[in-house]
Design a protein around this ligand. Structure first.
Ligand code: NDP
Length: 444
């Protein structure tokens, strides 16, 4: 049996109750076959795959807080420090009722390779809680964030582990968490990224994931002789990534005709009105029905349906496993040329294979949404220097990082005889760097 198959069997036996983690591990290890086969003896002897699929450590803790009626509520907090071979652990905090150990573990595992791809010195980690900020008052969100950080602060630090935002954790939550960390530690340090501009945040961090997604998508289509100008784009989600992906796509001359949230989706043939979308989602924190009410050209539909709309380019930007095999078939039938993932693992393995086999250029989230964490690392650099860079400076660095990522994954895929397989290229390029550092650092 090959070393990859052996390692996968072990991962499955040890993590049977964590389907998202198994899905991520299978996807990554499967695509590493060419590089693992070429180095089988060393990697097996060094138990490299066993080590890389086992987190350095994971924390799970109680988060008690008091709601507005005086009732004590209890949530579960998580932080997984997966791998720090190339730098301090880095990865977001997800606040969503669906959060559990398996979800955080899959995200932390993917983060190792994504962070390596940025070319910056950051390791992989992830955290969060099953707390749902939706419908909570500001005071309740603060109470939760303070309690969460009271425990989390024992495990993180600017040179150890630097969390950031993710689903449900925006500027408000990061602010409350930073305040609590500072109070407990009596230290003003860059322990979180995604901070507000007045207290150490980086310009362009808010836009980074969505903008970065479009920079890599633009490079992809350009290298295939196309441009973004005049393309019809469908985007899912209506959160941070989706909003800024929509904005940059439109700046590039494309027309974005959809967005969605967890209850429904919008089809707007005139092109999404980004200012209205931002007002509905960022300011009013309302449902998309509000957008439809105020925009004559928009249709609102309950449930899912974004992938049924005819498009040239599809950008899933909501959540994991939101694009399945039937969606992939519909995209191919409608002539979609490219799918680039803004969210983490939004496309199922089956759907990914179908898209690739049918000639759709597919860039997975590890590469395509790396702009967020890359800019977080730029925020860490600015905090260490105690300086702030201009928007243009950060944005230019982000663009260069995304263009480099495209060429690195393209080149890695070609080197291993899989030209055009950007999923394999991304996994191999990220893994190569981490594996080299792990081997150099001995058995730790
Ligand atoms: P937000 O919380 O800002 O937005 C998430 C969006 O997805 C919302 O519109 C939300 O709708 C929708 N959504 C969430 N869960 C579901 C679900 N189960 N079904 C359907 N829709 C859902 O998160 P972000 O935009 O920050 O993150 C989106 C994705 O991008 C995630 O996978 C995240 O891990 C990934 N990512 C984010 C980065 C960042 O910098 N923000 C960096 C890299 C990756 P509703 O409001 O109704 O819940």
């Amino acid at each position: 049996m090959s070393y990859v198959d052996e390692a996968l069997e072990r991962v499955k036996a040890k993590n049977a109750s964590e389907p998202e983690f198994l899905q991520a591990a299978e996807e990554v290890l499967d695509s590493l076959r060419p590089i693992v086969d070429a180095n089988e003896e060393t990697y097996r002897r060094q138990a490299l795959l066993e080590r890389i699929t086992e987190p350095d450590r994971q924390f799970k803790f109680r988060v008690p807080w008091v709601d507005d009626s005086g009732q004590v509520q209890v949530n579960t907090g998580y932080r997984i420090q997966f791998n720090n071979a190339i730098g301090p652990y880095k990865g977001g905090l997800r606040l969503h009722p669906s959060v559990n150990t398996g979800v955080i573990k899959f995200l932390g595992f993917e983060q190792i390779f994504k962070n390596a791809l940025t070319g910056l010195p950051i390791g992989g980690g992830k955290g969060g809680s099953d707390f749902d900020p939706k419908g909570k008052s500001d005071r309740e969100v603060m109470a939760f964030c303070q309690s969460f950080m009271t425990e989390l602060c024992k495990y993180i630090g600017p040179d150890t582990d630097v969390p950031a935002g993710d689903i449900g954790t925006g500027a408000r939550e990061i602010g409350y968490m930073f305040g609590q960390y500072k109070k407990i530690k009596s230290a003003y340090e860059g322990v979180l990224t995604g901070k507000g501009l007045s207290y150490g945040g980086s310009l362009a961090r808010t836009e980074a994931t969505g903008y970065g997604l479009l920079y890599i998508t633009e490079e992809l289509v350009k290298c295939h002789g196309e441009s973004m100008e005049g393309k019809t784009v469908v985007i899912s989600g209506a959160g941070n990534v989706a909003i800024y992906a929509t904005q940059k796509a439109q700046q590039m001359g494309a027309k974005v005709v959809t967005c969605s949230d967890s209850t429904g989706w919008i089809y707007d043939p005139e092109g999404i009105d980004v200012a209205l979308l931002k007002d509905v989602k960022e300011v009013r924190r309302a449902r998309l029905t509000e957008y439809a009410k105020e925009r004559k050209s928009a249709e609102y539909h309950e449930g899912r349906g974004v992938w049924s709309v005819k498009c040239d380019i599809a950008l899933p930007c909501a959540t994991q496993n939101e694009l399945g095999i039937e969606d992939a078939k519909q995209l191919v039938a409608n002539g979609c040329m490219a799918v680039c993932e803004g969210a983490n693992m939004p496309t199922t393995i089956e759907a990914t294979k179908y898209l690739q086999e049918n000639g759709v250029w597919f860039i997975g989230g590890k590469a395509a949404n790396a702009g967020g964490v890359a800019t977080s690392a730029l925020e860490m650099s600015q905090n260490s220097e105690r300086l702030s860079w201009s928007f243009e400076e950060v944005d230019a660095k982000l663009k260069q990082i995304m263009v480099n990522i495209y060429h690195n994954i393209d080149e890695a895929a070609k080197r291993y005889g899989a030209e055009g397989n950007y999923v394999m290229g991304a996994n191999i390029a990220g893994f190569e760097k981490v594996a080299e550092a792990m081997l150099a650092q001995g058995v730790v």
